[in-house]
Design a protein around this ligand. Structure first.
Ligand code: SF4
Length: 378
């Protein structure tokens, strides 16, 4: 297949995740919704089911969820609940609700109260201290609980062998996505910002082996392209999510390529693999312990501004001339970390802009003006 055909296939999935659920259900498969962040999709795969990422929606309006949510909940969380309440996600066989931020914690209970008659809600509390032995054991205990709940839904026991196999599938998916991020940054004339997002977003909705096979094919085609003659600008993107095609089209219209990203829905989710040998449950706990440089994770050395410096270095190493921060409205973790990120970027001489965004944004005029002005500065 050509690059264009493959990109169109990813785009089709990215724009219609609901069709994916319907197709899996028509094939007799069970589908488990997975809310952000760091839920072990491996356990869902090992139970013979399909994990389906739920990252809000760019097209829905918050209505029913208002009954359960304070207005200062971010739109990602509110729109996830909206889709559960309005029937969009009725075909799910269960949902995993991580609780890693102050919005997701109460939201997990809202979802449980609102949905428990409709579908099993599996609560996941990651430990704050994830690295000491007691933290690892806490993660294992939590994952054992998820395993038991998934086994009830699937009617299948999750064996160590099945879990090891699932880890291999996920490692291969993460590797292909990391490779794609690199190649897309090197060949922006072949992969627009809109298409780049569609490829990474669709990974949350497709069966991982199918997505990986297509992505490896795309990566091989991109790797074979001659060196890029890109004359536009390059930026690093940062934030929780930036998958709105209308917003990303502004980048393409202004010849701004995405060299790499520090986005939770994109690269933050695929940085760390799990060991493929040994106790697979401990391997998953260790994988979570090894996650780093994320505003959502406790940092024992936070006085050193390691994350800010990591992001500034990422910008420089990727060849980006600046950074665009997509700041989700009402996202406390990102807001609170911003001064430290700014400090590190300023010290490293990386120019940046902060764009306030949410998933109910329909008018991108202001963002367009800001991005154009930033491109001129670069
Ligand atoms: S966008 Fe921020 S507040 Fe909302 S779920 Fe994610 S981390 Fe929590």
């Amino acid at each position: 297949m050509s690059i264009e055909v493959l990109l169109n296939q990813f785009k089709e999935v990215s724009e219609h995740p609901h069709r994916q659920i319907e197709a899996y259900k028509a094939q007799g498969k069970k589908v488990i919704g997975v809310l952000p962040y760091y839920a072990p999709e491996e356990l869902v795969l090992a139970a013979g089911m399909v994990p389906m990422g739920i990252w809000g929606s760019n097209s829905k309006t918050i209505s029913l969820a208002k009954e359960y949510c304070a207005t200062f909940y971010c739109t990602i969380a509110q729109l996830a609940l909206e889709m559960l309440l309005d029937g969009t996600l009725d075909m799910l066989d269960g949902i995993i609700t991580p609780t890693i931020c102050d919005t997701l914690r109460p939201m997990s209970q809202n979802i449980r109260v609102a949905m428990s008659k409709k579908l099993p809600c599996i609560f996941l509390a990651h430990p704050q201290y994830r690295r000491p032995a007691f933290g690892l054991q806490f993660t294992v205990d939590q994952y054992m609980h998820i395993k038991a709940e998934l086994e009830k839904i699937s009617g299948t026991a999750i064996t160590d062998e099945a879990l090891r196999q699932a880890i291999k599938v996920m490692n291969r998916s993460r590797k292909a996505r990391r490779e794609f991020v690199k190649l897309a940054g090197q060949h922006p004339e072949a992969v627009s910002a809109v298409n780049r997002s569609a490829v990474l977003r669709s990974a949350w909705f497709m069966e991982k082996e199918v997505h990986t096979a297509k992505l490896e094919e795309l990566n091989a085609l991109l790797a074979a392209l001659p060196a890029s003659q890109w004359k536009g600008k390059k930026v690093l993107t940062s934030g929780i999510i930036c998958d709105n095609p209308k917003l990303l089209q502004i980048f393409d219209d202004n010849n701004i390529a995405i060299a790499a990203d520090d986005v939770a829905q994109e690269s933050r989710a695929i940085r760390v693999d799990a060991a493929e040998t040994g106790d697979p449950m401990m391997a998953l706990a260790q994988q979570f312990a090894d996650q780093d440089y994320d505003v959502l994770l406790y940092d024992e050395h936070s006085n050193q501004n390691r994350r800010g410096e990591f992001v500034a270095k990422l910008a420089k190493d990727s060849g980006a001339q600046g950074l665009v921060l997509f700041m989700q409205q009402f996202c406390d973790p990102e807001e609170m970390e911003y001064p430290y990120l700014k400090k590190a970027l300023d010290e490293a001489g990386v120019p940046h802009i902060k764009l306030g965004v949410d998933q109910q944004m329909r008018d991108f005029g202001q963002a367009s003006t800001a991005i154009q002005a930033f491109a001129d500065v670069l």
